[in-house]
Every structure is written in C-alpha cells, then in structure tokens.
Design a protein around this ligand. Structure first.
Ligand code: F6P
Length: 316
C-alpha cells in the first residue's frame, strides 16, 4: 500500500519522531510512504517525496518537522481539497496519516468524507485535543517552560520580584498548569482556572511582610496583557513584578523522552490501523494504552478539566 504522511498546524517536538515511526513501521508491512511537504499545502501543490529507512535516520531527536508545516485556511474549500485528492490518486496514495492539532483533524475528516483513508495523530504542544491524555510535543514544551521558570526564579529572588510567565496553549491551560506545578508557582492562571486579582495582591502583600524574596505566576496566553498585570501588581501590592512572554521558544528543541515514546507508539499504531483497513479515526493515548476514536468524538470537543488542578491549592 502507498501511504502519505504530513505534519500540519503549529510544529511540535516529536513530529519528526512520529514520521520516523510511520516510515519504519510501514517497512514491516511492505507499505511505501510519501512525505508530503508543508502540511496540506504540499497536498494541493503535489509537493511530495518518497521516504525510506534512511530518510528518517537521526530524526528521533530532532525538533521541528523536516517535512515542514503550514496553516492552510483555503483547505476548507472543497474544490481546493479536490486538487489534493486528485494528487493522491495520481500517485496511487490510498491512505493519509496527518499529524497536528484540531485544524489538522478537521482537514483529515473532510478528506475522509471525500473517500481518502485518513488517520489523525495529535501533534501539538497545547495538549488541547480531546480523545487523548497527552499530545505529541506537550511534555517537551513543559520541560522548556520549567527550565525558563527555574531561570526566572533565580533573577526574581536576587531582585525580590514577582515573575509573571506567559505560556502558549490557546484555550487549554495544561502547559501553564503542568509547568506551574513543576516550577513551584504561587499562582497558576488558565482558561479553566480564572484569575483572582484580589487574592494575588493580598497574598503578595503578605509575602512582602514576611520578607519573602520572590513569587512566580504562570498564566496561559490570550487571557490578559501580562505587562499590564505586572504594572498593576507592582503598584497595588508593593511587590515589584516583571512579565516574560515565552513565545515560540516553547515549540522548539529536541523532544523529551516521553514525547519520543508517544510519537513512536502513535506512528506505529496508525500504520497498524491502516493495515487492518481501519481509518476515519484519530489516535489517542488513554491510561497508557493506544486507542482510536471517530473524528466526531474528538473534533471541537473540550477536554475535561485536568485532575491535577486540585494540586494547585495543596502545593502552591
Ligand atoms: O497550536 C500551537 C500554538 O503554538 C498555540 O499555542 C499558539 O497560540 C499558536 O500555535 C501560535 O500559532 P502561529 O504559529 O500560527 O503563530
């Protein structure tokens, strides 16, 4: 069988490891794999390359995605998608494995309705995909954020400051939640755990009285202007505050071991599913086991609030 693989949306550490797993697992079934460049754009533009054992050598530890990625809003248009379907047919590609976030899943679902055998794998640092406990890239991004928090604590302590750290994550607070717990943050503000400014100000006033030298606030992006928040906290609590927006650094770097394992398992599982003629599904990890669910159960669904939110009150 001829299988296509692409990465789409925001890149995530572990995407390369996933492509590698797809290629290596396919060898066992004698499938041939085409790498499609720059997400759905490569599908439309017929920009594809045959991948073999050697083409993915050394990819396990590499950040980013060597196939490239893109956000392709025009893919919502059926006539544009048809070009992609025609290009797949022309090359004899029967099945497509897509690695990305919610937008990628929507594209895979739409292609599946047009007769392409698709499987979607969760590749995003945000951990915002329903139907899986973890997405590929999340653990690596948490590691990067925790490293930044540790460094920011050093300088905050030296200067007796409160450090506000903004993470990515869009509508999902898991990056802030996990890194905040790992980094010993006093406050973790996420879409699921809204800000209580009064409580922050009161606690920081108390901190100051007690002679504490630093405080850490971790907050998900797009909630508020963190520079403004730093100003308000400084003025109202007397505890000097500084904000740091971590930005795209969170998406780069070599994947953490947990992501390498997840990527390898999910890539191999997707090939297994396709070989069993199972498609039109998304792959996930639930309680350490590989699962697959229909697109309808996952796309646009909100993940339940993470159980570790309970930890915030206990340990922060
Ligand atoms: O989806 C991953 C993500 O990194 C989000 O956390 C962030 O909001 C977004 O991508 C940024 O996207 P772009 O690369 O289009 O600026």
């Amino acid at each position: 069988m001829m299988i296509g693989v692409l990465t789409s949306g925001g890149d995530a550490p572990g995407m390369n490891a996933t492509i590698r797993a797809v290629v290596r697992a396919s060898e066992g079934y004698n499938h041939q794999v085409y790498g499609i460049r720059n997400g759905y754009r490569g599908l439309i533009e017929d920009d594809m390359v045959l991948l073999d054992h050697q083409s993915v050598s050394g990819m396990l530890s590499k950040g980013g995605t060597f196939l490239g990625t893109d956000r392709v809003p025009e893919f919502l248009d059926e006539s544009v998608r048809q070009k992609g379907v025609d290009n797949l047919k022309k090359r004899g590609i029967e099945a497509l494995i897509t690695i990305g976030g919610d937008g990628t899943y929507k594209g895979a679902n739409a292609l599946s309705r047009m007769g392409v055998k698709t499987i979607a794998l969760p590749g995003t640092i945000d951990n915002d995909i329903a139907g899986t406990d973890y997405t590929i890239g999340f653990h690596s991004a948490v590691e990067t954020i925790v490293d930044a928090i540790d460094k920011l604590r050093d300088t905050s302590q030296s200067h007796r400051r409160c450090s506000i750290i903004e993470t990515m994550g869009r509508k999902c607070g898991d990056l802030a939640l996990f890194s905040g717990i790992c980094g010993g943050a006093e406050f973790i503000i996420t879409p699921e755990n809204p800000i209580d400014k009064e409580a922050i100000i009161e606690r920081l006033k108390k901190h100051k009285k007690e002679g504490r030298r630093h405080a850490i606030i971790v907050i998900t992006e797009k909630i508020l202007d963190v520079y403004e928040l730093a100003k308000e906290i400084t003025e109202q609590s007397g505890f000097a505050s500084r904000a740091t927006v971590l930005g795209y650094i969170q998406r780069g770097g070599s994947p953490a071991p947990a992501d390498r394992i997840l990527a390898s398992r999910m890539g191999a599982y997707a090939v297994e599913l396709i070989s069993d003629d199972i498609h039109g599904v998304c792959v996930g990890e639930r309680d350490s086991r590989m699962i697959h669910l229909p697109y309808a159960n996952v796309i646009g669904q909100t993940r339940p609030k993470n159980a570790i939110y309970k930890l915030i009150k206990k340990v922060s």
